[in-house]
Structure formats: C-alpha cells, structure tokens
Design a protein around this ligand. Structure first.
Ligand code: ACO
Length: 325
C-alpha cells in the first residue's frame, strides 16, 4: 500500500525571546498568572526584517539536510501559515525559490490557523497516496506576534513565532496495516458557525488592513478539549489503534491545561506527551512540527514510534493525524 513516510523534520526559532517578566513590563500581567493559566514561560519573536518565508526556509533546509536531500528532490511544498509575507503570492512559492526548486513542481499555502499543519499534512498525504507526487515538504511557519494587540493582555501573552518542517516520501513497503511506517490516517473538521470565537479583526476584503487577534478564551478552551479528543478517538478507531499502542502524543501547543485535559480524557499517560508550550508559547501552525522536531532531536521519538498529532484553531478548525515515525 502506498503511504507517505516521514523521512525527517527540522525547525527554526528566532533568536529573540520574551519571558513572562518581559511581558509584565508591557501589560498588566504577572509571570505567576501566565504560568498557572497556560504553562507558557517564554516565546520567541521574529526580528524586524525576519519574514515567515525566512523562518520556513530555515526549517525546510534543516529537514532536507536531515533527509540527505536537496530542494530539487522535492515535488511540492504545502505551507501552513496564518501570517504570510504578503497577501499574495503564497509564502510557499518564496520558499520554493529559496530552496532551489526553480520551476519544479508546485507550492501553495494552506490557511487553517492552529490546525494548519494537520491540514497541510493531510493534503500532502493525499497527493502522495494518489500518485501525483513522490516527495513533499510540509511546513508550518508563523510570524504570529505581528497579529497581536500588545494592549490586550488576554491574547498577547499566549503566542510566539517559529517554523517547523517535515519531508514526506512515497513508499510501497508497508503491509497496509497499523504496523506500516508513515502516515496511517488523517482527519479534518471545521465549523464555520463558530468563527467568531477566535478571529483576526482585519483582512483585504473587509477592512483592507491586517488586524489583530480576538478571542473568547473560555469557549475556545472548552471546544479545544472536546474537539481534539473527538479527532483523536476518530484517528485511533480508523487505524485499529488503542491508547496503549501510541508512543507519543504530539499535540498543538496552545495551553498546558488544554494538553493535560485532552491527554487525561483519553487515558494517555503524561510521560507520552510532548510538551514544548513552556518554551515556544502558541506558534499556531508551527507548533506541532516544532514539538515534533524537539522530540526527534532529543531522542525521545525514535524510528518506528507511533505518534498521534492533533490540533484545533480559529474557524473553528480541528483535526488529527496518526503516523509511524
Ligand atoms: N494576566 C493577568 N490577568 C489576566 C490576563 C493576563 N495575561 N488575561 C486575563 N486576565 C484576567 C481576566 O481579565 C480576568 O479578570 P477578572 O476576573 O477580573 O475579569 C481573569 O484573568 C480570568 O480571566 P479568564 O479569561 O476567565 O481566564 P481563564 O482561566 O479562562 O484563562 C485563557 C484565560 C488562558 C486565555 C484560557 O481561557 C485559555 O487558555 N483559553 C484557550 C485559548 C487558546 O489557547 N487560544 C489559542 C488559540 S486556539 C488554540 O490554539 C486551541
């Protein structure tokens, strides 16, 4: 059975970071409040001239190097971002140029906010499974701090910048069951009726501006635990996998309490959960590949491990993916 094998991953974080105490100098907040309510201790922030495409390119180059490949080996780029360099062209085509793909293949952006990486992974997987492409770069990259209202303490303490990338390659080596290496299943959902729970109050066709993040935190929290748990169960059932089979949960890193509540609801032991929110904050579409790269680089995730990824974001959008690394 043709599957998309995850060959490698790479990540990039800007040099500059802000601690909770740094934020306490900007808005009426405290390290104690942020740590207790979210688990976040610091978040990275892109430099003045540093664009989403720059961060995406750095992460992609690391992933390519780890796979022993060049840009010219890639057939397509699927870049999940909410914070493109420009309204158009897609940030993905800048990355295509930066990594030396020339006019090979194609590249486009995917917009599903914090669920963007799961959406991009699922899209790439389907292109590979259908036989249209053999190798893909799936990237999540965000310059999210550019969307923040630095006078709004309820949102500006939560988010950060960064990028992560994964190289996928077609393989026919598997038996067609849950023991196969590669992506076993992906599940995507959205509910547009809840788009006002989390949104940006600007855009080309409404205000002709970029806008700022607005959020109903309590409702988003409630929906996040419910929807991500549902998507996880759906992915496990579709693959005949039980919580005991899962080696690592690599969740979207929005809030430590959301991560803990989701894992507890599904009886996944805390030792199996990759948590990076304390160091990265919520990096939206970049958060899962950043967490994945962290756990691969520090040796926690090993070849053959079964990893479960899940996310929820503005839209509302949510989804899950199950893969054997
Ligand atoms: N510092 C200090 N006090 C604050 C801050 C802050 N940064 N932000 C809010 N407060 C205050 C509020 O004003 C409120 O004060 P009041 O009681 O005097 O009115 C009090 O703290 C409690 O506010 P709540 O909003 O009730 O706090 P809550 O416990 O719900 O926590 C939080 C807020 C952390 C935003 C939580 O709702 C949450 O995590 N929601 C999920 C949001 C999220 O993760 N969004 C990311 C995008 S979606 C996703 O990625 C899944």
């Amino acid at each position: 059975m043709r599957r998309s094998v995850m060959l490698s991953c790479g990540s990039y974080l800007p040099e500059k970071f802000l601690t909770n105490n740094d934020l306490a100098k900007l808005v009426d907040t405290t390290d104690e409040w942020i740590t207790q309510r979210t688990g976040i201790r610091k978040r990275h922030m892109a430099g003045e001239g540093e664009k989403t495409s720059d961060m995406a390119t750095r992460a992609a180059e690391k992933a390519l190097k780890a796979a022993g490949l060049n840009g010219s080996d890639i057939d397509a780029i699927f870049l999940a971002t909410t914070t493109p360099d420009q309204t158009f062209p897609a940030t993905a085509v800048t990355v295509q140029d930066n990594i030396g793909m020339g006019d090979r293949g194609f590249a486009f952006d995917i917009q599903a906010v914090c669920s963007g990486f799961i959406y991009a992974l699922s899209t790439a997987d389907n292109f590979i499974k259908s036989g249209q492409i053999n190798r893909a770069l799936v990237i999540g990259a965000e310059h999210f701090t550019r969307l923040l209202d630095w006078d709004d303490r309820t949102t500006c303490v939560l988010f950060g910048d960064g990028a992560g990338a994964v190289v996928l390659e077609a393989s026919d080596a598997g038996k067609g069951d849950k023991t196969d290496r590669g992506i076993l299943t992906t599940h995507l959902h959205s509910e547009g009726a809840k788009r006002d729970l989390l949104y940006v109050d600007g855009g080309p066709s409404s205000t002709r501006s970029v806008g700022h993040v607005r959020m109903n935190g309590k409702e988003v929290f409630r929906n996040a635990v419910t929807r991500m748990s549902e998507a996880i169960v759906e992915a496990m059932e579709a693959s005949g996998v039980s919580p005991a089979d899962v080696n690592w949960l690599v969740p979207h890193q929005a809030n430590r309490r959301i991560i803990d509540a989701t894992a507890e609801k599904l009886n996944l032991s805390p030792e199996k959960v990759v948590v990076t929110v304390q160091d990265h904050g919520n990096t939206s579409a970049a958060s899962i590949p950043l967490a994945l790269a962290t756990a691969v680089e520090d040796g926690r995730i090993r070849r053959g491990d079964l990893i479960l990824m899940e996310a929820m974001g503005g839209g509302l959008t949510w989804g899950a993916a199950l893969a054997r690394w």
